[in-house]
Design a protein around this ligand. Structure first.
Ligand code: AMP
Ligand code: GLY
Length: 427
């Protein structure tokens, strides 16, 4: 039987999901922006707000979807997986109750503490701004200030890194967050491990390192992620295989405590002097990380989805054993004052050996336009990070005027800095 899969979301992550599914199924997609990469692969595309749960479920029924995959967290938070499941369309993505592991950081930390999940930093949650400010004054050490709700990765302020204690308090007072988490600042190197989860089982994928800061040298404000790399092995050059295994064990403990979880469970980890700590969980693929993981997945992603729906054990995953480097081209001014609505040219022909993924661009009758978010990504795949970086870099000439890139991602210089940092921490 040919499966009919509905994909929700219009970013680079979803373009990578679409490419992992087509050919192999009939793909339909819906998103608020017309992503030309997804439109080109899908049998049908509907412009729909990703948080319109009823609209998405109605479209799934209209196209006769037998499976659905949800990309963005805001759709999960809005109950899109619940609405699709309830309409009889098995959805690879958690229901809103399980998605709270991402959508509510206060819940996430309490869950970790109550369930004894390893790697939880010291934390307190607050719904009173002045009580939070008092805690900032009294806490012995640096803190991370985290709004409990979704902020696209841009709401966190780290004392001693991005802000001073006084600035953190001013931020708390200016923002009208209902609840915040204040937690111990973790110092180390960050990495991501994503896993496919269903029926209480888990299949982990190779580690990836994203680059959240807007500018080269890890300067500037946090973004949704400017680019990322993975190595030919499951772990990254600055970590050991044992560090990777420690992260997978955290994910396993999490799934054990959330037996109904289905979809991608994404762990953001900090490799610290005291081992692997959890920065956060996400309830979906990372964007950009999906663009590192899916191109080297040799197992059919559709087989994972079908096994999940059928309640069968998920297939063992095979990976190509190649390194990947992903670089995003973003609108000038991103993330603070992105130049949205600018007409851009993307020359697919000049991407060479790199994969090109469209992200938050909007295809109109007369061409491609930027939105407020990342425009497109190029991914190099090769037997080493250095070779993959060269391929990605060579493809960036596909970006015309009005776009910005972090050229340092995946370079030898940056990797050496990461390795030296971990050496220094571990002594
Ligand atoms: P999150 O939205 O929780 O992923 O946070 C965004 C970014 O803030 C993370 O990728 C980290 O760089 C940083 N961050 C979050 N929590 C902490 C922490 N406890 N210590 C240090 N940095 C953190
Ligand atoms: N790249 C980080 C995220 O998708 O949240």
């Amino acid at each position: 039987m040919t499966e009919t899969v509905l994909l929700i979301g219009g970013g680079g992550r979803e373009h990578a999901i679409a490419r992992a599914l087509v050919p192999g199924c009939d793909l339909y997609a819906c998103a608020s922006n017309r992503n030309p990469g997804i439109v080109g692969l899908a049998e049908g595309f509907e412009t729909l707000d990703e948080t319109d749960a009823d609209g998405v479920a109605a479209y799934a029924e209209e196209v006769g979807a037998t499976l659905a995959v949800v990309g963005p967290e805001k759709a999960l938070a809005a109950g899109v997986a619940d609405a699709l499941d309830d309409a009889g369309v098995y959805t690879f993505g958690p229901r809103s109750a399980e998605a709270r592991i991402e959508t509510d950081k206060a819940f996430q930390r309490r869950f970790m503490r109550d369930e004894g999940i390893p790697g939880c930093p010291d934390f307190e949650t607050f719904d009173d701004v002045e009580a939070a400010c008092e805690y900032v004054d009294e806490y012995d050490g640096d803190l991370a200030v985290k709004p409990a709700g979704l902020t696209g990765g841009k709401g966190v302020k780290v004392i001693g890194d991005q802000v001073t204690r006084e600035e953190a308090k001013a931020y708390l007072r200016e923002s009208d967050y209902d609840r915040v988490v204040l937690e111990e600042r973790l110092v180390g190197e960050e990495f991501t491990v994503q896993a496919f989860v269903a029926g209480g089982g888990l299949r982990a994928t190779p580690a990836v390192q994203d680059h959240k800061r807007a500018y080269e040298g890890d300067e500037g404000p946090n973004t949704g992620g400017m680019g990322s790399y993975s190595d030919a092995a499951a772990h990254l050059p600055f970590m050991t295989e044992a560090d990777y295994e420690e992260a997978v064990e955290v994910l396993e403990a999490t799934v054990e405590a959330l037996p109904d979880y289905k979809g991608v469970l994404y762990g953001q980890f900090m490799l610290t002097a005291d081992g692997v700590k959890v920065v956060e969980f996400n309830a979906r693929f990372g964007d950009p990380e999906a663009m590192n993981t899916l191109p080297i997945l040799e197992t059919q992603f559709l087989d994972v989805l079908v096994a999940a729906r059928e309640g069968e054990p998920l297939p063992e995953l095979e990976f190509a054993g190649e390194a990947t480097v992903c670089k995003y081209a973003v609108p000038e001014g991103y993330p603070e004052e992105p130049n949205a609505g600018a007409k851009i040219d993307v020359d697919e022909g000049s991407a060479g050996d790199a994969l090109l993924y469209y992200a938050s661009v909007d295809e109109r009758a007369d061409g491609l336009y930027t939105t407020t978010s990342r425009a497109f990504a190029v991914v190099g795949v090769a037997d080493s990070i250095a070779a993959a970086e060269e391929i990605a870099e060579g493809a960036l000439s596909a970006a015309g005027e009005g776009l910005r890139v972090r050229h340092d991602i995946g370079t030898a210089e940056l990797l050496e800095k990461r390795i030296a940092h971990v050496h220094e921490l571990r002594g």
